[in-house]
Design a protein around this ligand. Structure first.
Ligand SMILES: Nc1nc2c(c(=O)[nH]1)N[C@H]1C(S)=C(S)[C@@H](COP(=O)(O)O)O[C@H]1N2
Ligand SMILES: [Mo]
Length: 254
């Protein structure tokens, strides 16, 4: 290769690098549109636009706004608020009831799927990993929002300690009340995506998902699964929530 050819290639590379740093908008517009994994499901058509818009326009590392302690508000508990209550048959879990009676000492989180070391993590195991504290706004699809402080282990850290396999693309979360949701690896590795065990400096209360709940600050409130007991890393997309309660979209970035 002569010098001139080499120069042209280097220049082309520089242009491509420049384009990438423009934010991916041009690249995604010209070459490949990021399609949500629910693509083709008519009930979840809304995902196509929101996923495309956010994944193209926003930096994938964009952080949700964080607040001061003085911004913390009262926080309603919604959806299922106690899987130990047999009067709520749809969400009742005997296992959860027994764990709660023993202050969750025997609780363990199962990490499964496309990880090198599947296994169980006790609350102490999780607390030994580095923690993150964040004061964020929770936005519910029903039209209310509230601010609280959450402390927990970044999901990315836990997944790294379990050894994410190269084909891993999604993570599903299962709650004791049979509630489930899934997110993609970008949201799973997002620095503000944490498994929270403290709320406002105290142990996470039962009505808010004790002993551990997910916080996905880059998305709407219903992705933040309470009462998490099982995490499954998958290469294929699993619509863990089915078509979503009442037609909720799979992807709702905020
Ligand atoms: N396991 C479980 N997680 C859940 C829900 C639920 O019913 N069960 N409700 C979701 C919805 S719609 C919202 S708005 C938030 C409510 O969390 P909160 O009860 O702490 O306000 O949890 C989400 N995660
Ligand atoms: Mo919600």
């Amino acid at each position: 290769m002569n010098m001139k050819q080499k120069h042209v290639i280097t220049r082309r590379r520089a242009i491509i690098t420049g384009l990438t740093s423009l934010g991916g908008l041009l690249l995604s517009g010209c070459f490949k549109k990021p399609l949500p994994p629910t693509y083709g499901n008519i009930l979840r058509m809304g995902d196509n636009l929101t996923y495309l818009a956010q994944r193209s326009l926003l930096s994938q590392r964009a952080l949700a706004m964080e607040y001061e302690k003085s911004d913390i508000t009262s926080f309603p508990a919604t959806g299922n608020t106690n899987p130990a209550d047999p009067k709520t048959p749809a969400s009742y879990s005997k296992e959860y009831q027994q764990l709660q009676q023993n202050n969750f000492k025997d609780w363990a989180l199962s990490v499964e799927g496309n990880v090198a070391k599947p296994g169980k993590y006790s609350l102490d195991d999780l607390k030994k990993l580095a923690q993150r504290t964040q004061i964020t706004r929770h936005t519910c699809e029903e039209g209310w929002s509230a601010i609280a402080e959450w402390t927990g282990v970044p999901l990315g850290l836990l997944l790294q300690s379990a050894g994410i396999l190269p084909n891993a693309r999604f993570v599903s979360f299962y709650g004791y009340d049979n509630y489930a949701e899934s997110i993609d690896m970008l949201d799973a590795l997002h620095p503000q995506t944490i498994l929270a065990y403290n709320m406002n400096g105290e142990n996470l209360p039962v009505q808010h998902g004790a002993p551990v709940r997910l916080r996905v600050e880059a998305q709407i409130g219903y992705k933040s699964v309470k009462y998490v007991h099982r995490i499954v890393v998958t290469d294929k997309f699993i619509d863990a929530a089915g078509d979503g309660p009442a037609g909720w979209s799979w992807y709702v970035g905020i």
